[in-house]
Design a protein around this ligand. Sequence first.
Ligand SMILES: Nc1ncnc2c1ncn2[C@@H]1O[C@H](COP(=O)(O)OP(=O)(O)O)[C@@H](O)[C@H]1O
Ligand SMILES: [Mg+2]
Length: 471
Amino acid sequence: MFTSIKSKVILFYMVVLFVTLSLLGIFLYFSLSKIVYHSLDSSLLSRAKAIATLISTDRDETEFNFSDDVMWEYNSPKSNNFFQIRRFNGTTLEKAASLGNLELPFSAGEIGIAFKTILLGKKPVRLVNFPVPGERDPQNPATLNKQGIIVQCAVNMQDRLYLLKSYGIVLSSSVIFIIVISAAGGFLIAKKALTPIREISEKIDGISESNLSGRVSTESVPKELTVLASSFNRTFDRLEKAFTRQRQFAANASHELRTPLSVILSQSEILLRKERSAREYQNALSIISGAATIMSEIVQKLLALARLSTDTVELTPEAINLGELVRDSARLLRPLAEQKGVSIHMPSVAEAKIIGDRTALLELFSNLIENAIKYNVPGGKIDISFIGEAGYIVTEIRDTGIGIPAADLDKVFDRFYRAGKSHLKDRGGIGLGLSICREIVKLQGGRMQIESIEGEGTRVSVHLKADEHVG
Ligand SMILES: Nc1ncnc2c1ncn2[C@@H]1O[C@H](COP(=O)(O)OP(=O)(O)O)[C@@H](O)[C@H]1O
Ligand SMILES: [Mg+2]
């Protein structure tokens, strides 16, 4: 029931309000009740004292000098004022006519001033016992000069109790009224405050796969929600980019395969049109074979990429001397380097031990060294070095080649992406090498970076986790 933010906020707010107002109400009620009792008690006490002054006692007799002026208040049976005068032992000496047959309650031994609320018949009354102590004869302390008496004075307090009760009812209904009004107000405020969230979510619902370009306007939402709106927008930016890349990838793959495929088709058609000479057959077949080789290479790389980008790929980690592994990769590419007149330099001994999958790492470094040769200039140089850095071994491959335009630098890892334009076809790449490299490095728990200055050269750094168990 209270799962929405709105109802939780309102509930919390109502509980706080209820507790605060109830405490305030209780405080006000008790303050008033204290005032009422205090005024009642002090007037009772003055009455009791007034009555006491009208009594004269000695050892044997007690005299009451009550005048009618005083007594009229106590004489009518309908009066709300009562008194009763007793000895300390409880014997009644005199009582007001207003009491009728009733007696003010008293238990012997109560000799201090005491206030009580009691029921007299059916009426609630406030009662005070006011003791007037006896006196001993100063000449003869063994004999009593004056006997002690108790003046009991009472007043009907039905009106006051009614006042207190009404006050209590007014207070509690005010609390309930305020709570209902504030709950309604709170509901409206919460509803208004949450409207922008609903609008954002409607906007987001409207953004679909086919229309990823929609964005939540950050200007029309309240300040508190702009963070949310812009983080949605960033997520959609990323999604849109990912979708575009994916679409681009599919388009590129088809495009790359279409060229050799159309070569194969047209060559076969030409061959089949009429009888050809053995030489013509040979020429055409070698063209077909060349195109098929390209297709096979593309398909192989695509498969490798697909395998590497799923989580199910199985690697066999082993301790590897990185220096030797890189040298092996370079050795395989020596013919290509010699053909281009590019020299490769690397330290003869490198204390670079890592744990990794040998086949994947050979693929990684031969791709990187192949790029450094392919995109180099005749007579160019390649420098390879290893540096230990905070638990990682950084392999740097620097070349003196043509470099990569700054605008293309973040795209070279994209599938089928080839930087620049003019140099591409003759260097024979298909643009999958770096994508494969990045997947391999990721699987090995490392990272790679590429920096380049167009026309000067390129530096690729590969961070791989060092094997810390071996020296
Ligand atoms: N060392 C390098 N020097 C200059 N350009 C490079 C280098 N390495 C990669 N590139 C650029 O990045 C693109 C992508 O590289 P890669 O994925 O290996 O594809 P391929 O080598 O098949 O073209 C290359 O086409 C090239 O433009
Ligand atoms: Mg390459």
